[in-house]
Design a protein around this ligand. Structure first.
Ligand code: SME
Length: 157
Protein backbone atom coordinates (compact mmCIF):
# COMPACT_ATOMS: atom_id res chain seq x y z
CA UNK A 1 0.00 0.00 0.00
CA UNK A 2 1.27 3.49 -0.72
CA UNK A 3 -0.85 6.57 -0.90
CA UNK A 4 -0.79 10.07 0.51
CA UNK A 5 -1.68 10.64 4.12
CA UNK A 6 -4.68 12.92 4.46
CA UNK A 7 -3.50 15.60 6.89
CA UNK A 8 -6.22 17.63 8.60
CA UNK A 9 -6.42 20.86 10.58
CA UNK A 10 -8.34 21.02 13.83
CA UNK A 11 -7.97 20.31 17.50
CA UNK A 12 -5.96 17.35 18.76
CA UNK A 13 -8.98 15.11 18.99
CA UNK A 14 -10.01 15.82 15.40
CA UNK A 15 -6.46 15.20 14.21
CA UNK A 16 -6.21 11.85 16.01
CA UNK A 17 -9.66 10.80 14.81
CA UNK A 18 -8.67 11.46 11.23
CA UNK A 19 -5.34 9.72 11.62
CA UNK A 20 -6.35 6.49 13.38
CA UNK A 21 -8.31 4.90 10.49
CA UNK A 22 -5.43 5.80 8.17
CA UNK A 23 -2.94 4.13 10.50
CA UNK A 24 -5.18 1.05 10.56
CA UNK A 25 -5.01 1.07 6.77
CA UNK A 26 -1.23 1.36 6.80
CA UNK A 27 -0.87 -1.58 9.19
CA UNK A 28 -3.48 -3.78 7.60
CA UNK A 29 -1.95 -6.87 6.02
CA UNK A 30 1.67 -5.85 6.69
CA UNK A 31 3.42 -8.20 9.14
CA UNK A 32 6.84 -6.54 9.15
CA UNK A 33 7.45 -4.76 12.45
CA UNK A 34 10.09 -2.29 11.26
CA UNK A 35 7.95 -1.28 8.29
CA UNK A 36 4.96 -0.73 10.54
CA UNK A 37 6.83 1.23 13.22
CA UNK A 38 8.40 3.38 10.49
CA UNK A 39 5.05 4.22 8.92
CA UNK A 40 3.37 4.94 12.26
CA UNK A 41 6.20 7.32 13.21
CA UNK A 42 6.00 9.00 9.79
CA UNK A 43 2.20 9.33 9.91
CA UNK A 44 2.33 10.92 13.38
CA UNK A 45 5.10 13.29 12.30
CA UNK A 46 3.22 14.28 9.16
CA UNK A 47 -0.06 14.97 10.95
CA UNK A 48 1.28 16.70 14.06
CA UNK A 49 4.68 18.05 13.01
CA UNK A 50 6.17 17.06 16.37
CA UNK A 51 9.85 17.70 17.03
CA UNK A 52 10.67 14.02 17.50
CA UNK A 53 8.54 10.89 17.37
CA UNK A 54 9.73 7.32 17.35
CA UNK A 55 10.12 3.96 18.97
CA UNK A 56 12.62 2.31 21.26
CA UNK A 57 12.57 -1.50 21.29
CA UNK A 58 13.25 -3.62 24.36
CA UNK A 59 16.35 -5.70 23.62
CA UNK A 60 17.63 -7.57 26.68
CA UNK A 61 18.41 -5.06 29.41
CA UNK A 62 18.18 -2.00 27.18
CA UNK A 63 15.90 0.01 24.97
CA UNK A 64 17.41 0.33 21.50
CA UNK A 65 16.47 3.07 19.06
CA UNK A 66 14.01 1.98 16.39
CA UNK A 67 12.22 3.77 13.54
CA UNK A 68 11.74 7.48 14.21
CA UNK A 69 11.24 10.88 12.64
CA UNK A 70 13.27 13.86 13.77
CA UNK A 71 16.85 14.67 14.74
CA UNK A 72 19.34 11.93 15.56
CA UNK A 73 18.82 10.45 19.03
CA UNK A 74 20.51 8.38 21.72
CA UNK A 75 20.65 4.78 20.63
CA UNK A 76 20.51 2.89 23.94
CA UNK A 77 18.64 3.57 27.18
CA UNK A 78 18.84 1.35 30.25
CA UNK A 79 15.85 0.28 32.29
CA UNK A 80 14.80 2.95 34.80
CA UNK A 81 16.88 5.59 33.00
CA UNK A 82 15.29 8.70 31.54
CA UNK A 83 11.62 9.02 30.74
CA UNK A 84 11.71 6.05 28.34
CA UNK A 85 13.48 3.70 30.75
CA UNK A 86 11.11 4.74 33.54
CA UNK A 87 8.03 4.16 31.39
CA UNK A 88 9.43 0.72 30.54
CA UNK A 89 10.16 -0.13 34.21
CA UNK A 90 6.74 1.06 35.37
CA UNK A 91 4.89 -0.28 32.31
CA UNK A 92 2.89 2.91 32.19
CA UNK A 93 2.47 6.02 30.08
CA UNK A 94 4.40 9.03 31.35
CA UNK A 95 3.51 12.63 30.51
CA UNK A 96 6.34 15.04 31.32
CA UNK A 97 5.28 18.70 31.05
CA UNK A 98 8.82 19.99 31.65
CA UNK A 99 11.67 17.62 30.86
CA UNK A 100 14.12 19.64 32.95
CA UNK A 101 12.01 18.89 36.02
CA UNK A 102 12.13 15.12 35.41
CA UNK A 103 14.95 13.55 37.42
CA UNK A 104 17.30 11.67 35.10
CA UNK A 105 15.74 12.90 31.88
CA UNK A 106 17.98 12.03 28.93
CA UNK A 107 18.39 15.10 26.75
CA UNK A 108 18.90 13.97 23.17
CA UNK A 109 18.26 17.58 22.13
CA UNK A 110 18.18 20.78 24.14
CA UNK A 111 15.21 21.86 22.02
CA UNK A 112 12.93 19.22 23.54
CA UNK A 113 10.82 20.74 26.33
CA UNK A 114 8.04 18.25 27.03
CA UNK A 115 7.54 14.59 26.34
CA UNK A 116 5.14 11.64 26.42
CA UNK A 117 6.24 8.01 26.48
CA UNK A 118 3.73 5.20 25.85
CA UNK A 119 4.72 1.57 26.42
CA UNK A 120 3.70 -1.23 24.02
CA UNK A 121 2.65 -4.00 26.39
CA UNK A 122 1.91 -7.53 25.18
CA UNK A 123 1.37 -10.53 27.48
CA UNK A 124 2.14 -8.27 30.45
CA UNK A 125 5.56 -7.42 29.05
CA UNK A 126 6.78 -4.11 27.67
CA UNK A 127 8.09 -4.81 24.16
CA UNK A 128 8.82 -1.23 23.08
CA UNK A 129 7.96 2.38 23.88
CA UNK A 130 6.66 5.19 21.71
CA UNK A 131 8.42 8.44 22.58
CA UNK A 132 7.22 11.87 21.46
CA UNK A 133 9.04 15.14 22.15
CA UNK A 134 7.73 18.67 21.74
CA UNK A 135 9.55 21.99 21.60
CA UNK A 136 6.72 23.47 23.71
CA UNK A 137 6.35 23.09 27.46
CA UNK A 138 3.27 21.16 28.68
CA UNK A 139 2.32 20.10 25.17
CA UNK A 140 1.01 16.59 25.94
CA UNK A 141 -2.15 15.80 27.88
CA UNK A 142 -4.68 13.03 28.50
CA UNK A 143 -6.00 13.35 24.95
CA UNK A 144 -2.57 12.44 23.58
CA UNK A 145 -2.29 9.62 26.10
CA UNK A 146 -5.67 8.16 25.18
CA UNK A 147 -5.14 8.25 21.42
CA UNK A 148 -1.48 7.27 21.43
CA UNK A 149 -2.34 4.27 23.61
CA UNK A 150 -5.04 3.40 21.06
CA UNK A 151 -2.53 3.73 18.22
CA UNK A 152 0.19 1.57 19.81
CA UNK A 153 -2.43 -1.10 20.58
CA UNK A 154 -2.90 -1.48 16.80
CA UNK A 155 0.72 -2.53 16.27
CA UNK A 156 1.40 -6.27 16.18
CA UNK A 157 4.63 -6.78 18.10
N1 SME B 1 14.23 12.00 26.47
C1 SME B 1 14.21 10.57 26.46
C2 SME B 1 15.30 10.01 25.59
C3 SME B 1 14.91 9.78 24.18
S1 SME B 1 14.89 11.19 23.25
O1 SME B 1 13.98 12.18 23.80
C4 SME B 1 14.51 10.86 21.67
C5 SME B 1 14.31 10.00 27.85
O2 SME B 1 14.55 10.76 28.81
O3 SME B 1 14.14 8.81 28.01
Amino acid sequence: MAEDLHVVQGNKEEQYRSLIPQIKGLLDGEPDLVANLANVAAALKEQFGWFWVGFYLVKGEELVLGPFQGPIACTRIRKNKGVCGTSWAQATTLIVPDVEAFPGHIACSSLSKSEIVVPLIRNNEVKAVLDVDSESLSYFDETDQRYLEEIVALIVI
